[in-house]
Design a protein around this ligand. Structure first.
Ligand code: IPM
Ligand code: MN
Length: 366
């Protein structure tokens, strides 16, 4: 059987769009590419990369933070590897006509990426790095399913009054948007510990009440899953105080944004947490951290969140559990060997590219 098996499963072409973006984006995506290449040699994939600009880098090149050409490349690919977006030139200029973040939001919208999956886990060698006590976080393992194309990020109207003294954002959700993401979250819960927490603000917001009502109706179809409802302020507290109680959290766009940055503290470094955005078209794999402009070009940023995003890419876009497992094992080995960047250990830090090289060669030599 072996030759037959090999004949089918070798030389599978995988088309990956690479959108490095801003700040540390280029250097961290470069390390993920090394790792994808190393894994592909083991799994029989043949990666084909196409790079395209996004964010401030794209504004500088084309005036548009998500150019049509970049979108076409994403649509024609099997997966998108995304770096980071954001540039202080725009952060400090609230009057800027066009913003890099708009590129990310447009990409999410145009690719129909309605769900952002953000796993939160701990790494034993990093337990002592967390500002939280080890006994609180050890074994914490949950995922946040963040709605990504609705809510206050996209609701209309958004803007300013003519005199400039009033500004407004609108939070809008339609029932179908809530249903599709909650179904996805139920799917994850079924494969995990069968506990699903809806985080909302139903005591104040009409959109949250629609979320809660929709979830209550859906829950009837998933009797095997324990569903709980939690207000976002309470959730912010419980994630820090009792992270082990969570299995799958599903929540709207902005609550998910805020809670996942908070949750990254459990892991010990924001530089460790990956994410996958999935939906109607090509999925996007990106670290949850930002563009860290102070470190850009210095070869000091932690590439692990992006590398672990590549692990999610193998599992979710290429249906290759083995690829994901190889990458996760390599990351565990690097942490155990102390091959880490300065955010984790500043006594004798490895550089961004050294971590990337180490991970790739670990995979090649296993
Ligand atoms: C994230 C980021 C983005 C968001 C920004 C850069 C628009 O913070 O992916 O979490 O708020 O979604
Ligand atoms: Mn964020």
């Amino acid at each position: 059987m072996a030759p037959f098996f090999n004949a089918i499963f070798t030389n599978m072409k995988i088309k990956i769009a690479v959108l490095p973006g801003d700040g540390i984006g280029p250097e961290i995506t470069r390390q993920a590419i090394k790792v994808i290449d190393a894994v592909s040699k083991k799994t029989g994939h043949v990666p084909e990369y196409r790079e395209a600009p996004v964010g401030a880098a794209a504004i500088d090149e084309t005036g548009n933070p998500y150019p049509e050409q970049t979108h076409n490349i994403c649509m024609e690919s099997d997966a998108v590897l995304f770096g980071a977006i954001g540039d202080p030139r725009f952060d400090n200029d609230p009057g800027a006509k066009v913003r890099p973040e708009k590129g990310l939001l447009e990409m999410r919208k145009k690719l129909g990426l309605f769900a952002n999956i953000r796993p939160v886990m701990t790494f034993v060698p990093l337990l002592h790095k967390s500002p939280l006590r080890e006994e609180i976080i050890e074994g914490a393992d949950f995922i946040v399913v963040r709605e990504l194309t609705g809510g206050i990020y996209f609701g209309k109207p958004q803007g300013r009054s003519e005199d400039g003294n009033t500004a407004y954002d609108t939070c809008v959700y339609q029932k179908y948007e809530i249903e599709r993401i909650c179904r996805l979250a139920f799917g994850f819960a079924m494969k995990r510990r069968k506990k699903l927490t809806l985080v909302d603000k139903a005591n104040v917001l009409a959109t949250s009440r629609l979320w809660r009502e929709t979830m209550q109706a859906l829950a009837l179809s998933y009797p095997g899953v324990e569903v709980e409802y939690m207000f976002v302020d309470n959730a912010a507290m419980q994630i820090i105080q009792w992270p082990k109680r969570f299995d799958v959290i599903v929540t709207e766009n902005m609550f998910g944004d805020i809670l996942t940055d908070e949750a990254s503290v459990i892991t010990g470094s924001l530089g460790m947490l990956p994410s996958a955005s999935i939906g109607l078209h090509t999925s996007v794999f990106e670290p949850i951290h930002g563009s860290y402009p102070q470190a850009a070009g210095k070869n000091i940023a932690n590439p692990v969140a992006t590398v672990l995003s590549a692990a999610m890419m193998f599992e979710q876009a290429f249906d290759c559990e083995e690829g994901g497992r190889l990458i996760r094992s390599a990351v565990d080995a690097s942490l155990e060997s102390g091959v880490v960047t300065g955010d984790i250990d500043d006594s004798d830090p490895a550089s961004t590219s050294e971590v990337g090289d180490w991970l790739a060669s670990w995979i090649e030599n296993i």
